[in-house]
Design a protein around this ligand. Structure first.
Ligand SMILES: [Zn+2]
Ligand SMILES: [Zn+2]
Length: 336
């Protein structure tokens, strides 16, 4: 009876399949379907590779193995691994830290396919001794996640939440390079969401409201800042709080002498000098508002962000307030 070597009915998600019999006879029928490649290995080394088609195994189409087995026509030992060249989809999700060590969770989808089966078998299948699809898939997902963690951690929390499109594009290019090293082509990556802790969301809120990441980072917790600012005038504000009027880009109060920019160095872009007359400062409601959750511009007075759908909490005077804040950080009004 003729030996038939064929990957019968591969499943949708199957990347590789190892032919269970390691004894191969010359004259065996090797059937390689479209989008498949058959790789002959022995002792962890790759010998011959055959593409789609129906092959009768001869000394001619397996020249490397034939040389190895010493020109004998008796059955020989080899591992046949089929590799699917189709495109696969994987989901990912993980946790990393931003440049400021803010914890960030992320999740999304990626698409990949085998581009170089020999490199793929060398690096992943043989290299890691992973001979079934579920192990290979797990390895690829872990590898993707590791790369994602590493590349995302190079960014600031503001970039992740305000410029996610730009970050995605840059991270994708880096991950594509990582994948190429495994003989894989990373076709596309989609970051569906990023998230952080309540505390960092509050900090992010302040950074977006004030445009001054550095100053906000120096404060202990943003929640404390919000609570402190909500208290009555001069009620034991800590030294760090003095900076807040400038941070909030509020016109200086008439009684107060105008102060220079307190952050030191060059004021950040968008920083308004509080020395300008109060009546010239645009009222808060007319300034371009941004969603503190996704960073996109929202219509004035919006109750919900049209981009991310997040509820926008406001004080009775219309200022955007952080989630959970008891007092408006801008005017000090009590939040019901
Ligand atoms: Zn939003
Ligand atoms: Zn207010």
């Amino acid at each position: 009876m003729v030996q038939v070597i064929e990957w019968v009915n591969p499943g949708e998600d199957e990347i590789i399949w190892r032919y269970p019999n390691e004894v191969i006879k010359w004259g065996a029928q090797l059937i390689v379907h479209e989008y498949e490649v058959a790789v002959f290995m022995r002792d962890g080394k790759i010998y011959d590779v055959l593409g789609p088609g129906r092959h009768t195994l001869t000394t001619q189409n397996l020249p490397l193995l034939y040389r190895l087995v010493g020109g004998s026509n008796s059955p020989f030992k080899a591992t046949v691994i089929f590799v699917s060249m189709k495109q696969f989809q994987g989901r990912y999700g993980g946790e990393t830290q931003t440049r400021e060590l803010a914890p960030v969770k992320y999740y999304g989808v990626y698409w990949f396919k085998v581009a170089d089966p020999v490199l793929f078998i060398t690096e992943v299948v043989g290299g890691q001794s992973l001979y079934d699809t579920s192990d290979v898939t797990k390895f690829i997902r872990a590898y993707f996640n590791e790369g994602m963690m590493k590349h995302l951690s190079a960014y600031s929390i503001v970039d992740l939440f305000q410029n996610l499109d730009m970050v995605s594009t840059q991270v994708k290019v880096k991950l594509m390079e990582d994948f190429r090293r495994l003989g894989l082509e990373l076709v596309d990556v989609k970051i569906e969401g990023v998230n952080t802790t309540d505390e960092w969301r509050q900090r992010l809120f302040w950074i977006m409201q004030t445009g001054n990441a550095q100053a906000v980072m120096q404060m202990d917790t943003a929640k404390q800042v919000a609570a402190e600012l909500g208290k009555s005038e001069g009620a034991g504000l800590g030294t760090g709080m003095v900076i807040m009027p400038q941070l909030l880009q509020q016109p200086a109060q008439p009684a107060q002498p105008a102060q220079p920019y307190a952050g030191g160095g060059v004021p950040p872009a968008g920083y308004q000098n509080p020395q300008q007359p109060a009546q010239q400062a645009a009222p808060a409601a007319q300034q371009q508002e941004i969603c503190p959750y996704c960073g996109k511009p929202i219509p004035p007075g919006a109750r919900f962000c049209p981009y991310c759908g997040h509820e926008i909490k406001r004080c009775p005077n219309g200022h955007i307030v952080p989630e959970g804040a008891k007092f408006c950080p801008v005017c000090g009004a009590k939040i019901e």
